[in-house]
Design a protein around this ligand. Structure first.
Ligand SMILES: Nc1ncnc2c1ncn2[C@@H]1O[C@H](COP(=O)(O)OP(=O)(O)OP(=O)(O)O)[C@@H](O)[C@H]1O
Ligand SMILES: [Mg+2]
Length: 323
């Protein structure tokens, strides 16, 4: 257990007769990024709140250990070793960014001098020096989010929970946030991250768990999850109907789209498989006008594992939050 920053066995939580978490197991090694993915209402925030002592798990939950401390018997020790950036901002808009930071320093019982030093250092690191003396209500979403995380870091926690840290941020701010998260982990911090953005989990996480219907539907590295589902294929498009028919004959088992003059065949996208396809086309003396290789991405995994009835366009759109 010593090298696990977060360990939970059979985590359960119901609200009324609604089971939100139906006995989930989590094991996050120190110094790694773990990402919990799931559709709206899957229970991500509930999991973060339980692991960070803000909400109690249901009886019947097995042991939960955070930073080696037993959550049930030593919640204070757990609190001392973690930082939490909630889904909704903890920033007080009426006071300045700097004052928000100093308030956090007070909460962590830092001395006046030490508080000032830590606040200045973090404001610098998060590129908020210029804005530090302005009321936080005037900050953009990205600045507020950076301030939020800077506030979380005041107590120098070794384990950090980030609940959708980049929801609603533009691509540049999102990349800045990713860089910040990577730097934290290179300093040995453990990050437990929830996200709606599959690309984010793909980019950052050492391990990913997909939460659905109260259970972990799948867990592994991004590559392992992608391998779970089929869907890799090669698509060939033609402009000449005769070439299209010739190729269909030469390739045998293909899915035909007569209208688009396109053929699709399953493929793992490997050089060997692609070469075999091209060799057969060459032998038949036909040439495709366009060849595209589709390898499954986390989006495919997500839709295969979570029972969203229809794929409603892409999910990586910012959802509305009351921030
Ligand atoms: N205090 C509460 N009382 C009653 N039901 C709750 C409470 N908190 C959460 N729930 C319910 O638990 C379920 C999971 O909510 P949770 O906020 O954990 O989901 P989430 O995965 O974080 O969703 P989102 O992606 O929208 O943030 C939802 O159905 C929610 O309505
Ligand atoms: Mg949530």
């Amino acid at each position: 257990m010593t090298d696990l920053a977060i360990a939970a066995n059979g985590l359960r939580k119901s609200y009324g007769d609604k089971t939100v978490l139906d006995g989930i197991d989590l094991a996050v090694p120190e110094g790694t990024i773990f990402s919990l993915l799931g559709p709206n209402g899957a229970g991500k925030t509930t999991a973060v709140k339980i692991l960070s002592t803000l909400v109690s798990p249901d009886p019947g939950t097995g042991g939960i250990h955070i930073g080696g401390h037993d959550l049930a018997s030593a919640p204070q020790a757990v609190r001392a070793s973690i930082g939490v950036t909630g889904q909704f901002s903890a920033v007080d808009g009426l006071i300045t960014g700097e004052e928000n930071m100093l308030l956090m320093a007070d909460l962590h019982h830092l001395s006046k001098g030490e508080g000032r030093r830590v606040a200045a250092e973090l404001l610098e690191r998060f590129d908020l020096v210029e804005a530090a003396k302005k009321p936080a209500s005037t900050y953009s979403g990205g600045m507020k989010r950076r301030l939020d995380i800077a506030m979380t870091l005041v107590g120098a926690p070794r384990i950090i929970f980030l609940d959708e840290p980049t929801t609603g941020l533009d691509p540049r701010s999102r990349h800045t946030m990713w860089q910040i998260i990577r730097e934290l982990v290179s300093d040995g911090v453990t990050v437990f991250l929830t996200t709606q953005y599959l690309e984010e989990a793909d980019q950052l996480a050492d391990r990913i768990a997909v939460l659905n219907d109260g259970r972990i539907a799948a867990e592994g590295t991004a590559e392992e999850l992608k391998r779970l589902i089929p869907g890799g294929h090669v698509r060939l498009r033609f402009t000449d109907p005769a070439a299209y028919r010739g190729a269909a004959l030469a390739l045998g088992e293909v899915t035909r789209d007569d209208e688009a003059l396109a053929l699709q065949l399953p493929s793992d996208g490997s050089q060997r498989e692609l070469r075999a396809v091209l060799d057969r086309l060459d032998a038949a003396g036909v040439e495709a006008d366009e060849l595209t290789v589709h390898t499954p991405d986390l989006d495919d995994v997500f839709f295969a594992l979570t029972d969203t009835a229809a794929r409603p366009g892409r999910t990586d759109q910012p959802k509305e939050t009351a921030r």
